[in-house]
Design a protein around this ligand. Structure first.
Ligand SMILES: Nc1ncnc2c1ncn2[C@@H]1O[C@H](COP(=O)(O)OP(=O)(O)OP(=O)(O)O)[C@@H](O)[C@H]1O
Length: 231
């Protein structure tokens, strides 16, 4: 079963009079309940594709279907609502709100979704426990290490139990030891929460941990290889 269908997707950027083709006619299926890595050299189109999968950007042609919903049929408000409810994001720079504690950061998407306070507290506590940070719930992001911040970001991404979690270079700002721990945690969370995880990365450790690798070069798909059978 696939969580995402990508159909003949193209995205060009204009730099003055120069046309930069970032993605050229990409079609693929991404499996549900699996760990998929988008890989390829710098400039190959990984972030562009990830942004289109997450509805953060719109293609010039082609379309994306996430959890059965064609994103191109949604206007900006409905797309933003769909994103909030069905897609969790993890960023290279963590993007936590600096004035909120770890617990409040995890609760934030639940607050926006109108979840009652007692349920927000319960779910944030469960998730912080799952990422090994139960004792750091009251800390601000500035009082946490890079690896701990990324753990909070992963807990936040899972708060609304999304169909899909997208992560753009989630280990790029971490040392290799911390990066390996974050990869193991994401793998664990993917299994525990039965979610589709998609990452962009140059990180060989992340590629080795993946069920599927999507290889891009010059905005086009290379052979999509099954790294190993999905667990
Ligand atoms: N906002 C933009 N304006 C113009 N060109 C852009 C823009 N964003 C990306 N590009 C170009 O589109 C192409 C694909 O970029 P993209 O960021 O998707 O690649 P990437 O594989 O994620 O690279 P990296 O691994 O370095 O992050 C590149 O040629 C890049 O220069």
């Amino acid at each position: 079963m696939s969580a995402i269908e990508v159909i003949d997707l193209s995205r060009h950027y204009r730099l003055g009079s120069v046309d930069v083709p970032a993605l050229r006619g990409v079609s693929l299926s991404i499996a549900a309940n699996a760990f998929t890595v988008l890989s390829g050299p710098s400039g190959s189109g990984k972030s562009t594709l990830l942004n289109l999968l997450g509805g953060l950007d719109r293609p010039d042609s082609g379309h994306v279907v996430v959890a059965g919903q064609r994103l191109d049929t949604l206007d900006d408000n409905r797309l933003s609502d769909f994103r909030a409810r069905h897609i969790g994001f993890v960023f290279q720079h963590f993007n936590l709100l600096p004035v909120l504690t770890a617990r409040e950061n995890v609760e934030y998407p639940l607050l926006l979704a109108g979840v009652a306070a007692s349920e927000r507290r319960r779910r944030a506590a469960e998730l912080l426990d799952a990422v090994g940070l139960a004792d750091r719930a009251a800390n601000l992001p500035g009082q946490l290490s890079g690896g701990q911040r990324q753990r909070v970001a992963i807990a936040r991404a899972l708060a609304l139990r999304p169909a899909l979690v997208l992560a753009d270079e989630p280990t790029a700002n971490l040392d290799s030891h911390t990066g390996a721990a974050i990869i193991a945690l994401m793998r664990d969370m993917q299994r525990q929460y039965q979610t589709c995880f998609v990452f962009s990365s140059h990180d060989a450790q992340l590629l080795a941990a993946a069920d599927h690798a999507v290889l891009l070069r010059d905005g086009q798909l290379q052979a999509p290889a099954a790294v190993k059978e999905a667990a």
